[in-house]
Design a protein around this ligand. Structure first.
Ligand code: FMN
Length: 162
């Protein structure tokens, strides 16, 4: 089963964490996951994916414009309706707006007809809430959480579509 992680990244933080999520997805049997920069995504792969996760760096306590532009344009023709959707962010500060950016992406996904999911607190600790946020300079300590997030997204998707 194909799955996608799409991200925008200028200085590499969001790219690094996108790849960790894809690795986590691939710990689930039968899952093939790929991470793409949002500027160079594979439309055929996304169309065939049952789960699409979007990653943004936080700009001005919100999602970045590149991800918003993708949601307002290409996403409308990407066949996202009915797929499982999730979002993650990287930021400089704990109070920098990670949750706000994630929530905005989840709102857009719902309007596009996606089934938004994170697992939240349903697995106990670590609790993921809306989606994972990693902080610049502290990526290493968040990698296990991001791997787990990818695994939880993939497990739910396989349970729905497998
Ligand atoms: C224009 C701009 C605005 C930013 N605004 C915020 C912000 O409001 N809150 C925050 O925590 N970090 C902010 N940052 C920091 C980035 O979100 C953070 O460094 C992120 O990890 C960068 O991701 P990247 O390495 O994938 O490009 C901002 C960075 C830029 C360039």
């Amino acid at each position: 089963m194909k799955m996608t992680v799409l991200y925008h990244s200028v200085t590499g933080n969001t790219k690094t964490m996108a790849q960790v999520i894809a690795e986590g997805m691939m710990t689930v049997a039968g899952v093939e996951a790929k991470a793409f920069p949002i500027e160079n995504w594979d439309a055929a792969w996304v169309k065939e994916s049952k789960c699409v996760v979007l990653g943004t760096p936080i700009y001005l306590a919100d999602l970045c414009s590149a991800v918003k532009v993708w949601l307002d344009g290409p996403a409308l023709k990407a066949g996202l309706a009915g797929k499982v959707g999730g979002a993650f962010a990287t930021a400089d500060y704990l109070h920098g707006g990670g949750d706000l950016g994630i929530q905005t992406i989840l709102n857009h996904m719902m309007v596009l007809g996606m089934l938004t999911y994170s697992g939240g607190g349903s697995f106990g600790k670590p609790v993921i809430h809306l989606g994972p946020v990693a902080l610049h300079g502290h990526l290493e300590e968040s990698k296990e959480l991001f791997r787990l997030y990818g695994q939880r997204m993939a497990t739910k998707t396989v349970s729905l579509f497998g």
